[in-house]
Design a binder for this molecule. Structure first.
Ligand code: HEM
Length: 401
């Protein structure tokens, strides 16, 4: 098994990436659960070049069926998998433009007041429950973005527990028949949930994103029902497991670097650049999702053959010493800071303005309300939230204040 997939590698992949960038910047690795080989790119330039290269595709339905089976790219999530992140142009552009309006910086700015209220209430609730400490993940970092995306879409907040259960299953490696069956059943639960929600909004439209998308679906050829379900699934999952970990990793980085934390507290005008540095230094999305080569492509000193899979390690790219001076230093005032934590090219994160605003509000609220916050367990005891490469995240973050 490649060291990146071990517990040590999941806890701290940076030393492994440093070696890969120096010695094997494009390396073929076997995904240990499904035994699928893929190329991993670790240098900044190779990652950004690959992500904007139209010779790499995302629409796996273009592969011949035997290739899809060999790569195990069909199956469990077919019912949910038809969305912009698994589409190439022109489908990609059509799907993305249907929701792009809802996530522009101007629209998102309108949510500032509501996001602040949610953040303040979460801190008050946690302190009321236990004035000495909390698990930052379950009591703050998770409910904040999940409440925001649920309200935006129009999904009842009371269903949050189901979503947590479902998304946890998604990010748990599945290799036995039993685990695969569980994954499939979870996909189906998700699907049924969304179908029921769509029916409710079709009967009684509201002022939310689900109703808006249902209207687009009814408008004819713009969105099929399967694409509508895929869109809701993508927005919910993307809004669930990402910002959560940006807030958690970012607060951990501040606790690891007390001098940078003091600098930020003394000068709140650094909040925005501090969040950019958190994205670069400890971004929550470790690698992109899979792409495959539509033809033979030379990159990073190797030839990636037609139909082979490739991943870009965003976490590694953003620590590339040839791109960022003193790359391993956490500097809340770093400028310029052209990180690729939100990806690059046509699939650049749609939710970036929302994620940035949520993180700025979260960090500001926590530093102000809980100024003495510190880690309540030894640093080395923090467990990774998933054994897959996709996320760079902690399962829990017990803190005292
Ligand atoms: C800190 C938080 C977040 C990070 C680091 C992040 C990161 C990313 C990355 C790296 C990608 C590209 C994946 C690839 O190319 O394989 C992506 C795509 C995407 N993200 Fe985010 N994301 C975050 C939050 C969000 C939020 C809050 C939403 C939604 C509401 C969202 C919605 C999306 C969507 C829809 C895509 C697909 C875009 C496309 O295919 O054109 N993300 N995100």
């Amino acid at each position: 098994m490649h060291p990146l997939f071990t517990l040590e590698g999941r806890k701290d992949p940076h030393p492994i990436y440093k070696r890969l960038r120096a010695e094997e910047p494009a390396v073929q690795i076997l995904e240990p659960y499904r035994k699928v080989p893929f190329w991993l790119l670790t240098r900044y330039t190779d990652c950004s070049d690959m992500l904007r290269d139209p010779r790499f595709g995302k629409d796996f339905t273009k592969l011949p069926p035997e290739e899809r089976n060999r790569l195990r790219m069909s199956g469990e999530f077919e019912v949910l998998g038809k969305h912009m992140l698994s589409a190439d142009p022109p489908d990609h552009s059509r799907l993305r433009s249907l929701v792009a309006k809802a996530f522009t910086p101007q629209i998102v700015e309108g949510l500032r007041g509501r996001i602040s209220t949610i953040a303040e209430n979460l801190v008050s609730d946690a302190v009321a429950r236990d004035a000495s400490g909390m698990d930052l993940v379950s009591q703050f970092s998770y409910p904040l973005p999940v409440t925001v995306i649920a309200e935006l879409l129009g999904v009842p907040a009371s269903d949050q527990d189901d979503f947590r259960r479902w998304t946890t299953t998604l990010f748990t490696p599945a290799d036995t028949d039993e685990q695969l069956a569980h994954l499939r059943a979870t996909g189906f639960e998700f699907f049924q949930y969304f179908m029921a929600l769509i029916e409710r909004r079709r009967a009684e439209p509201r002022d939310d994103l689900v109703s808006g998308l249902v209207a687009a679906e009814e408008g004819g050829d713009r969105l099929s029902t399967q694409e509508l379900v895929g869109m809701l699934f993508l927005l919910l999952v993307a809004g669930h497991e990402t910002t959560v970990n940006l807030i958690t990793n970012g607060m951990l980085a501040l606790m690891d670097h007390p001098e940078e934390r003091e600098r930020l507290v003394a000068d709140p005008s650094l909040l925005e650049s501090a969040v950019e540095e958190m994205l670069r230094y400890c971004g929550p999305v470790e690698t992109t999702t899979y792409r495959f080569a539509l033809e033979d492509v030379e990159i990073g000193g190797v030839t990636i053959r037609k139909n082979e899979l490739v991943l870009a390690s965003l976490l590694s790219a953003d620590r590339d010493e040839s791109r960022f001076p003193d790359a391993d230093r956490f500097d809340v005032g770093r400028k310029p800071n052209k990180h690729i934590a939100f990806g690059y090219g046509i699939h650049f994160c749609l939710g970036a303005p929302l994620a940035r605003l949520e993180a700025v509000i979260a960090v500001e609220t926590l530093l102000r309300r809980l100024p003495r916050m510190k880690l309540a367990v030894p640093r080395g005891d923090l467990e990774p939230s998933s054994m897959l490469l996709l996320l760079h995240a902690k399962k829990r973050l017990p803190v005292q204040f």
